[in-house]
Design a protein around this ligand. Structure first.
Ligand SMILES: [Zn+2]
Length: 283
């Protein structure tokens, strides 16, 4: 059975910390480097329910995509929800490790997992990492569908293939518009519109799209936009990351047991739309 420090070395080689954005907070958050690790849980959000899930599993390590503390803190007292997570994890012997923007940029990265979940063929990064001679690392991914489909069909496919959330998939664009090339970006992708336009794709699927960037993008060009829940676009990374650690474990003879969180940690819980007259709205 490996020690936590061995597993952290493996995680650091999959997602080198120095490839994270300067503002990010990645790597180990808590944990005893000499503690043995048998089970590892992968999740998007380090929230209390996920910490409880790790404890229930008997995991010695929880790996999350989102940081628990993005900025510094002067207290981990359990009178805040973050402090309570820290207390739960330390009391129960669960280490926490974060792979965030370094996992976004990796090869394979968060957007590769998203593309695979959607059944798309990746042709390259949307924003290539200039430090990667192979040209495979970077933010977002450019993808192709095997055959063109109408936007309404692609949106239905995305809604069916991504994990279910209250939001579902919001769409902007002519539902009959043919879609063959797609840019995807797991997580908040509304800072990449210029690169998406330059790529000349038919559609862009990401999360957290806001009114003004969407309105302006729609005025610029007939680009179809699909907005899924942030958690749903990053959730496919957990299984991809677990498989990567499984491969390391098999090579090292560790017999680690990896798990993917079963919890939906998208914070939105309900979605209402106004009933249409044709759908039986009361008179
Ligand atoms: Zn995210």
């Amino acid at each position: 059975m490996p020690e936590l420090s061995d597993v952290i070395t493996a995680l650091d080689s999959l997602w080198p910390r120095e490839r994270a954005e300067a503002w990010d907070a990645v790597g180990p958050v808590c944990g005893d480097p000499s503690a043995p690790v048998e089970r590892v849980l992968f999740a998007v959000d380090p929230v209390q329910a996920v910490a409880d899930e790790a404890v229930a599993l008997g995991a010695g390590l929880l790996v999350t995509h989102h940081p628990l503390y993005l900025r510094g803190t002067t207290s981990v007292a359990a009178d805040t929800f973050k402090g309570r997570v820290v207390h739960t994890l330390i009391r129960e012997g669960v280490a926490l490790y974060v792979a965030h923007t370094n996992a976004d940029r990796a090869d394979p990265g968060v957007s590769d997992a998203l593309a695979a979940a959607l059944g798309l063929r990746v042709t390259g990064p949307l924003v290539p990492d200039p430090a990667d001679p192979a040209g495979r690392r970077g933010l977002g991914r450019l993808c192709e569908l095997e055959r063109p489909v109408a936007l309404r069909e692609f949106a239905a496919l995305a809604a069916a293939r991504l994990p279910a959330t209250a939001q579902g998939v919001r769409v902007a664009g002519d539902p009959d518009r043919p879609v063959r090339t797609v840019a995807v970006c797991g997580g908040s992708g509304d800072s990449l519109f210029a690169e998406v336009r330059a790529a000349g794709v038919d559609a862009y699927l990401t999360a957290d799209l806001r009114h003004h960037p969407v309105s302006e993008a729609r005025e610029h060009a007939p680009l179809a936009l699909l907005d899924a829940a942030h958690w749903a676009t990053e959730s496919p990374w957990c299984a991809q990351a677990a498989a990567q650690l499984d491969a390391v474990s098999a090579r090292a003879g560790w017999h680690l047991r990896t798990h993917v969180s079963r919890l939906v940690t998208d914070p939105w819980t309900t979605h209402h739309t106004a009933p249409r007259a044709s759908e039986g709205a009361p008179n």
